[in-house]
Design a protein around this ligand. Structure first.
Ligand code: KG4
Ligand code: ZN
Length: 370
C-alpha cells in the first residue's frame, strides 16, 4: 500500500510518500518522495520558534510541498486517490503547528476517502532508527523486531525521556526531565553565548574545536576551576534529569566573567565544551544505570540531540563492554521528519487491525505522552 505522511509539530514542514508492505515486525518501506521545508531562517531573528509564524509558514508550505512530492513519487494518476493511508503527527508539540498538519491531513483524507492515522511524535522518534533518506539505499528499509527489553533515550528540544519497552511497541516512561529539556538548554545557552538558533549544532561545533585543541591557553588553564559547571541530579537514585540549574549556572558564569562583551572567543569555546560535557554526562550516567536495572538488550538514542557527536561517542563507550545493540537514527533523521511518522503510523495502523479514529476525534494534543 501507499502512504502519505505529514509532520508539522514544530518548525519543519515535512511530507513523505512511501510504498509499504508487511507486518509490524517485518514491514518493508520504500521512500517514493520526501520533502522537508525548514523554517530556521524565519525564526532566527526571534532566537527560537515563534508559534504564530510557524503556523503561517506551515499553512503556506503544505500545499506546495504536497504538489511537489506527488509529482516526484510518480503515482498512478488514473486512481481515485494517489495513496491508501495518511499518517499525521497529533502531538506532542506546538498546538498551532500541529493543527495545520491535522487540518490538511483531514481534508485530504475526506477528499480521497481514505483512512487517517494519528501518530505520537515521540513514537516517531523511536522508529526513526529504522529509516533511510530517499538517496540512501534507494530509500529502502526494513523493520526488524528488536531484542527486548529495549530502552530509548529520547532527547529533543521539548523532551528528555528514558522510555522502557519490555515488549514491542509498549512504552513506559521510567525517567524524564523535571524542568527543561536538554535540547532547550543547548538552545538557551547558545543564546547566552550570542550564537544563532538552533543552538545545539552551534554549541557542539565550538565544543568540538576546544576538545580537539592541543594547546589550551595557559591563562585559561590556570582559571579552569571557574569553568566547572554542575551536573544536576547526577547521583539521584531515579532516572530523572534536570537542565534548568545548569542553564542558570552558565548565566552566572558569564555574568561573573564580566558579561558576554568581555568574553573572548577562546572563553566561549571553553564554556561550550564544559556545558556540553555536563549536559551529556547526565544523559550517559542515567542511561547506564537504567541499562543495568532493566537488563537492557537494545538501546535507542533518538531525537534532535541524538545528532550530537559527543553523545554518540560516549554512548558507544557505555555499550562497548556489554552485549547491547546500540541504535541511532541516520544524522538527517535525528531531527524532525515525516519518514519516522510514516513508519510509526503504518505500524500502528497494522497493530490496530486497520482501525483508525473518526476524523472528528483527531485533535492536536500539545502535551501528549507515550
Ligand atoms: O527532535 P527535534 O528536531 O525537535 C523537537 O522535537 O524538539 O530536536 C531539536 C533540538 C533542538 O533543541 C536542537 O538544538 C537540538 O535538537 N540539536 C542538538 C544538535 N542538533 C540539534 N543538540 C545538541 N547537539 C547537536 N548536534
Ligand atoms: Zn522531535
Amino acid at each position: 500500500m501507499k502512504i502519505l505522511s505529514i509532520e508539522t509539530s514544530c518548525d519543519d514542514t515535512c511530507i513523505s510518500i512511501f510504498e509499504v508492505k508487511g507486518g509490524i515486525t517485518n514491514a518493508s518501506f520504500k521512500v517514493l518522495a520526501n520533502n522537508t521545508n525548514s523554517q530556521i531562517n524565519i525564526h532566527i531573528p526571534y532566537g527560537g520558534v515563534f508559534p504564530a509564524l510557524a503556523k503561517r509558514e506551515h499553512i503556506r508550505n503544505l500545499p506546495i510541498i504536497l504538489e511537489k512530492i506527488l509529482k516526484e513519487a510518480e503515482l498512478d494518476k488514473k486512481k481515485k486517490s494517489p495513496v491508501d493511508l495518511i499518517t499525521v503527527t497529533y502531538g506532542p508539540g506546538l498546538e498551532p503547528s500541529l493543527w495545520t498538519g491535522i487540518v490538511f491531513a483531514k481534508e485530504l483524507a475526506q477528499k480521497w476517502k481514505i483512512p487517517l492515522m494519528p501518530v505520537n511524535h515521540m513514537e516517531g522518534h523511536v522508529f526513526s532508527i529504522f529509516g533511510k533518506g530517499k538517496k540512501e539505499n534507494k530509500g529502502k528499509f526494513k523493520i526488524k523486531k528488536l531484542p527486548t527489553p529495549t530502552l530509548a533515550l529520547l532527547v529533543s528540544g521539548g523532551h528528555t525521556q528514558l522510555v522502557l519497552m519490555k515488549k514491542w511497541m509498549k512504552y513506559e516512561i521510567v525517567g524524564e526531565t523535571v524542568d527543561d529539556a536538554v535540547g532547550e538548554a543547548f538552545d538557551k545557552v547558545a543564546r547566552m553565548l550570542d550564537l544563532p538558533y538552533p543552538g545545539g549544532p552551534q554549541i557542539s561545533k565550538l565544543a568540538e574545536v576546544e576538545r580537539n585543541s592541543p594547546h589550551p591557553s595557559p591563562l585559561l588553564a590556570k582559571e579552569r576551576g571557574k569553568f566547572i559547571l554542575p551536573r544536576p541530579m547526577l547521583y539521584t537514585k531515579d532516572f530523572n534529569f534536570s537542565y534548568s540549574g545548569l542553564k542558570t549556572a552558565v548565566l552566572y558564569l558569564i555574568r561573573d566573567l564580566g558579561g558576554i562583551e568581555k568574553i573572548s572567543n577562546k572563553m566561549k569555546t571553553q564554556i561550550a565544551l564544559e556545558f556540553e560535557n555536563a549536559a551529556i554526562e547526565c544523559l550517559i550516567h542515567k542511561t547506564e544505570k537504567a541499562i543495568e536495572k532493566y537488563k537492557i538488550k537494545t538501546l535507542i538514542v533518538a531525537g534532535g540531540v541524538a545528532a550530537n557527536q559527543h553523545l554518540r561517542n560516549e554512548m558507544k563507550k557505555v555499550v562497548s563492554k556489554q552485549k547491547i545493540k546500540l541504535l541511532f537514527p541516520a544524522q538527517e533523521l535525528s531531527g524532525d521528519n515525516s519518514i519516522m511518522i510514516g513508519i510509526a503510523g503504518y505500524l500502528n495502523y497494522i497493530k490496530n487491525k486497520k482501525k483508525v479514529p473518526k476524523l472528528n476525534n483527531i485533535k492536536a494534543t500539545g502535551n501528549l505522552r507515550l
